[in-house]
Design a protein around this ligand. Structure first.
Ligand code: ZN
Length: 362
């Protein structure tokens, strides 16, 4: 039996229509298209987020390009990272301030099964079902997205939506790499590659916050000053092939920790820059993932090579708190409207900006 609603009755939570940027296939920027998307009412345990900003990561380029060795499903809405407001709330969602309609939130982009041993230990990045928004399921470059309530965190008032969207993947990753994995101690020297990249600009700040002395690498003159503003004590240019020697000169015996995310282009130098007992922590390989490794250096010098991917929800909470306190700073390099998403992606691809490329979702 149908039931008429009076014009003044509160509307039930219904489907809404919005716009999505979609990676429609593998190829150049021409595969990026805008599409209308209908988002249903949130399922039990979910909230619907009205996204206001989203940010690109290199992952979005890999999905678009479709690296042959990996399976990247398309069509896919890019952007693991996003921030916005709670638009609707599903049944069974706890009644807490950040899960009520209108609350400002940032998205925690990690997907996991939620019930395996790793998930119960709050280590979802080690779950066998680990995935990321924008890689395995649609990401945040769209007007509306239903998400499990556990995947949104309160966005501090001090942060704009653009700043909030710029932070999740890079700062969670950098924090996890330097604390949980590389165990950086005050007074140690950390070499952070690619200070002009999203994760590098986060790495410089996190290493500094942990009390380390930071040597940053950059690719061009205009990034040197920005790296120093973020806290780097010394800046090296990786187009100078002698940078590993300069690093060893700046920290006699070699650096304690190298923060790697570049891969093939820097790997050999990164290993050479380390001191005995040093740690190399890597979260990615934007310039190639095939490297050679001299095992004699690894065992004679007691080098640790540490892999790292993303981090925990609790680490994201910590990062947001430190940002609200002004102790970490979001690095937004460029802001473009969602309708210019394809062009914005080329800014990341060409490494044309210092920091993150953020999309505004009107
Ligand atoms: Zn799990």
């Amino acid at each position: 039996m149908s039931q008429a609603l009076s014009p003044t009755a509160p509307l039930p939570s219904t489907a809404v229509t919005g716009t999505a940027l979609v990676t429609t296939g593998h190829g150049g920027v021409e595969v990026m298209q805008l599409e209308q998307r209908v988002t249903p009412a949130p399922a039990p345990g979910e909230v619907r987020v009205r996204l206001r900003a989203a940010a690109f990561n290199h992952l979005d380029l890999w999905v678009r390009k479709g690296i042959p060795a990996d399976h990247w499903p398309v069509p896919m809405v890019p952007c693991a990272d996003g921030a916005g407001e709670i638009d609707a709330v599903g049944e069974g969602v706890p009644d807490v301030p950040h899960l009520r309609p209108g609350a400002r939130v940032a998205v925690y982009p990690v997907l996991s099964c939620g019930h395996c041993t790793r998930c119960r230990e709050a280590q979802p990045q080690l779950c066998r079902s680990f995935g990321l928004l924008g890689e395995h399921v649609d990401g945040c470059a769209q007007t509306y997205r239903n998400l499990p309530a556990s995947q949104v965190l309160p966005l501090p008032e001090a942060l704009s939506f653009e700043e909030g969207a710029s932070m999740p993947t890079t700062f969670i990753t950098a924090w996890h790499m330097l604390t949980d994995r590389a165990r950086v101690q005050p007074g140690e020297t950390v070499l952070v590659h690619g200070a002009g990249s999203g994760v590098g600009s986060a790495g410089v700040q996190v290493a500094k916050l942990l009390g380390a002395r930071v040597i940053a690498t950059v690719r061009r003159d205009r990034d040197e000053l920005r790296a120093i503003e973020l806290g780097a004590d010394r800046v090296l240019r990786t187009d100078d092939g002698d940078w590993p020697r300069h690093a060893r000169r700046a920290c006699p015996g070699g650096v304690h920790v190298v923060f790697e995310h570049v891969g093939a282009a820097t790997w050999d130098g990164s290993v050479r820059a380390l001191q005995r007992g040093g740690r190399l922590v890597t979260c990615g390989a934007t310039a190639g993932h095939e490297v050679t490794l001299n095992l004699r250096k690894i065992f004679f010098h007691s080098i640790e090579v540490l892999g790292s991917t993303m981090g925990t929800r609790r680490e994201f909470e910590r990062v947001l708190t430190l940002t609200a306190q002004g102790r970490l700073v979001p690095v937004v390099g460029a802001v473009r409207p969602l309708s210019e998403g394809a062009e914005a992606m080329t800014l990341l691809e060409d490494r044309a900006v210092f920091g993150k490329v953020v999309l505004q979702i009107p």
